[in-house]
Design a protein around this ligand. Structure first.
Ligand SMILES: *Cc1c(COP(=O)(O)O)cnc(C)c1O
Length: 393
């Protein structure tokens, strides 16, 4: 049976390459910084690339390689490049693909630090950027300049849950000689595969769904073709933002249950979104699975499910948000998402607090917006928790 013909749940468990002379059932942790050469010639061949033997863990490591090939397989890409964190993946992409004088277009409601690092730091090296509501294709079109080299999309966006049309973005980017890069953290390859829709590179904060247990920080880039993969890997190696073998082992373990974790959590997410939408203290709910979501149809077309992230606004605004944060007992008050435990947070005072308040409002992140990441607890317990929390407002 060819591994590549297997379904995605089977591949989560069996894809990923590693040499296995002792026949271990799982991928061992090669906790070694360096690797022994057989002799001087072998060392020379490893460095010249004639031999693909391991040299040094920043450059490559068998445990990390197993994870890189696993995620590349799930995303349908040619090469995976593991990084120490999601932000290391973001900066590797910016550093490898943008130069002085280049311009990038991105989603206004993007993960906060991805925007802050571009506007405050990459700008110091002459990289220009424009942030628009990318769920509006016309707004993207209008933002292109002759020096635009990258279209950087996060969909669903963080935390507004706006959906961007990836096929349209790929066509637009390529028409202008730019690359399409997608932050797929909110969906994971189980729910959305941007490379199949025309993206050139996709990346993850594996801290979230892929690992799924809130115990590791990690990132991964997957390039559609080998040449781009080589360029990105060489940048990751030079910047030194490699993953550690122990991290890789943990994520490999997490990915095995990605499918069943998401199925369970998104079933609950739909019920919670419906519960919130009917609640008198809730002003609005954004969940791609609701008919009321402005891009519900697009979500149906480009995603394989509606995910586990919900954002909602409380009629009582900022103060009501604070009361809810302090009143929930089961949902954990913490940033991050995509784990087995349900998390709740308040972007205006937490994840997006470093954004300029005017840009924040323009990006749709209102003062009372609450972000809720649904875990795999019993649905009745989650609803009861929200019910008692909302009652205190
Ligand atoms: C968390 C996150 C990141 C950053 O990843 P880290 O692993 O925290 O460095 C980037 N994008 C999105 C959408 C995220 O949720």
């Amino acid at each position: 049976m060819k591994k590549k013909n297997l379904g995605i749940n089977s591949r989560m468990i069996h894809a990923g390459e590693f040499e296995n002379p002792l026949g271990s059932a799982t991928v061992p942790i090669y906790q070694s910084s360096t690797f022994i050469f057989e002799n001087a010639d072998h060392g020379a061949r490893c460095f010249s690339g004639e031999d693909d033997g391991y040299i040094y863990t920043r450059i490559g490591n068998p445990t990390i390689h197993a994870l890189e090939t696993l995620v590349a397989d799930l995303e349908g890409g040619a090469e995976g490049i593991a990084t120490s964190s999601g932000m290391a993946a973001v900066n590797t992409l910016y550093m490898a693909l943008l130069s002085k004088g280049d311009h990038m277009i991105s989603s206004a409601a993007v993960y906060g630090p991805s925007r802050v690092v571009m506007e405050q730091h990459w700008s110091r090296f002459g990289v220009e950027s424009t942030y628009v509501n990318t769920s509006d294709v016309e707004a993207i079109k209008a933002a292109f300049k002759p020096n635009t080299r990258m279209l950087y999309i996060e969909t669903p966006a963080n935390p507004t849950m706006e959906i961007t049309d990836l096929k349209a973005c790929a066509a637009l980017a390529h028409e202008h000689g730019a690359l399409l890069v997608v932050d797929n953290t909110f969906s994971s390859p189980y729910l959305q595969r941007p490379l199949e829709l025309g993206a050139d590179a996709v990346f993850h904060s594996m801290t979230k769904f892929l690992n799924g247990h809130a115990d590791i920080v990690a990132g991964m880039i997957v390039a559609k073709d080998k040449a781009l993969g080589k360029k990105l890997r060489s940048m990751m190696v030079t910047m030194g933002c490699n993953m550690d073998p122990h991290q890789a082992f943990m994520v490999i373990r997490g990915v095995k249950t990605l499918g069943i974790r998401i199925e369970r959590a998104q079933q609950s997410a739909m019920k919670i979104a419906q519960f919130l939408e009917a609640h008198p203290k809730v002003e609005w709910v954004k969940y791609p699975g609701l008919e009321s979501h402005p891009q519900h149809q697009l979500a149906k077309e480009q995603m394989f499910g509606f995910g586990t992230m919900i954002s909602f606004g409380l009629k009582g605004g900022f103060e009501a948000g604070k009361i809810l944060m302090n009143s929930v007992e089961l949902a954990i008050l913490a940033v991050s998402l995509g784990g087995v435990e349900t998390l709740i947070q308040h972007p205006a005072s937490m994840t997006h607090s470093k954004m300029n308040p005017e840009d924040r409002l323009k990006a749709g992140i209102t003062e009372g917006l609450v972000r809720y990441s649904v875990g795999i607890e019993d649905i009745d317990d989650l609803i009861e928790d929200l019910e008692q929390g909302l009652a205190k407002i």
